[in-house]
Design a protein. Structure first.
Length: 421
């Protein structure tokens, strides 16, 4: 087991890159299954989830290689060379594995997979995916652990789908299924995240016909076949937020040179409400922290609201802010599990249902804490930056799933942080 030792080092300052979004690149790797040939992805983060998705595509019959740093080449065989069944442990390793379901059914008419795993912060049902694909002509035969799906005929049929909730991953999955379906499909109440739009742009480059990018209604005219394309993955807005938070919580100034401010508008407003100064006039986005942050109420909502992935970062900043804050989680039950670890560091936080009341303290105190998911890992490391003494963070496998060289990049900003065995 490895751990991270963090010691306070004063204000963090400097410039850093966030690289491509985990929540985009995994779906875009799966999208390559839709077309025979060699696909090229750039701005790809070096994270373990990308490695797992690469293994999964390899088990399906693709060849995945990295000719240069932060680039991938994915060679996809003809449909009869694709194996629609892959080892269960790869599906169980991450939630995003569900997104191969749509491309496999659209291209091959068959898919078999274990139920996906990933971060443990509450139940996230897959019925949004299966209901939409069933409406397109797929038939599902499930047991407790395995999903088996077939299409009634080789090609899915177009339909109109209204999502009960604007699920990011379900929108991605259904969008990839619709691009090869016969006829015109409409996805209403679609997720509007920048990563969904980025996937759509990759599909457009492959020859898909999609209208309504960035809106809650996507209209897709199915085409008989797609072609490989080159695509640059959009910047990760949550990783960008993490580096901005590292400057804010320490009273420094950090610029994320590849961040897109238009993708983070609500978060940037909250940063200003907490007393931070935001500069989006230059390259990327910069944020400067005050001597002490101010209390602020925050509620998570689907995009363009405050993303649930931002919440652990915001909660950590508010734990050392002046005043009392209330943070409300409207999307996932159980996503306050990191709070006990912040309390172990001296934070004054109480939770009830979907709400957390945070009374800011003057300082935190170093201790040993354990991360339970990707963003919790980042939040605990941020807390260690301002905790007196030494903070040891375990559960680093979660951090590695979503952050490219997090230790090195924080170190470049002046953090005193070391990974040890």
């Amino acid at each position: 087991m490895t751990s991270l030792v963090v010691k306070p080092a004063g204000a963090l300052n400097g410039e850093v890159q966030a690289l491509g979004a985990k929540n985009a690149v995994l779906k875009e790797m799966a999208a390559c299954l839709l077309a025979t040939g060699e696909h090229h992805l750039s701005n790809v983060p070096d994270i373990t989830d990308v490695g797992v998705m690469g293994e999964l595509l390899g088990a399906l019959g693709c060849e995945v290689s990295a000719p240069r740093e932060h680039e991938l080449l994915i060679a996809v065989p003809e449909c009869d060379g694709i194996n629609p069944v892959a080892p269960a442990h790869l599906f169980e390793a991450m939630r995003a594995s569900i997104v191969i379901l749509g491309p496999l059914l659209a291209r091959c008419g068959r898919a078999e997979m274990a139920l996906p795993g990933g971060d443990d912060f509450g139940q996230r049902p897959i019925n949004f995916h299966t209901d939409g694909l069933t409406a397109m002509g797929a038939t599902f035969h499930n047991d407790r652990h395995v999903i088996r799906a077939l299409t009634e005929r080789r090609r899915l049929r177009a339909t109109r789908i209204t999502l009960e909730y604007p699920s990011h991953t379900a929108t991605d999955n259904l969008l990839m299924a619709c691009v090869l379906a016969e006829g015109r499909s409409v996805i209403d109440n679609a997720a509007r995240e920048p990563e969904v739009e980025d996937l759509a742009r990759q599909l457009l480059a492959m020859g898909a016909r999609i209208e309504g990018l960035g809106t809650s209604r996507l209209t897709i005219d199915g085409v008989p076949a797609l072609s490989p394309a080159s695509h640059r993955v959009v910047t990760d807005r949550v990783v960008s937020a993490t580096y901005l938070a590292s400057g804010l919580i320490t009273g420094g100034e950090v610029r994320v040179t590849d961040a897109h401010p238009q993708h983070m508008e609500m978060l940037l407003r909250k940063i200003e409400a907490m007393g931070g100064e935001v500069d989006a006039s230059g390259v990327g986005v910069a944020a400067r922290g005050p001597d002490m942050l101010k209390a602020c109420d925050v509620a998570t909502l689907p995009y363009p609201g405050v993303a649930t992935d931002y919440k652990p970062l915001i909660t950590t900043m508010l734990s050392v802010a002046n005043g009392v804050s209330v943070v409300t989680e409207n999307l996932f039950v159980g996503r306050f599990r990191y709070v006990d670890e912040l309390v172990r560091l001296g934070a004054s936080i109480t939770t009830e249902g979907h709400h957390a009341m945070i009374r800011g303290v003057q300082h935190l105190t170093g201790s040993s804490v354990q991360a339970t998911d990707i963003r919790a890992a980042a939040a605990l490391i941020l807390a260690g930056l301002v905790a007196e003494g030494e903070t040891t963070v375990t559960g680093l496998e979660h951090m590695d799933r979503g952050y490219d060289n997090f230790v090195g990049r924080l170190g470049s900003l002046g953090a005193n942080i070391e990974r040890t065995s």
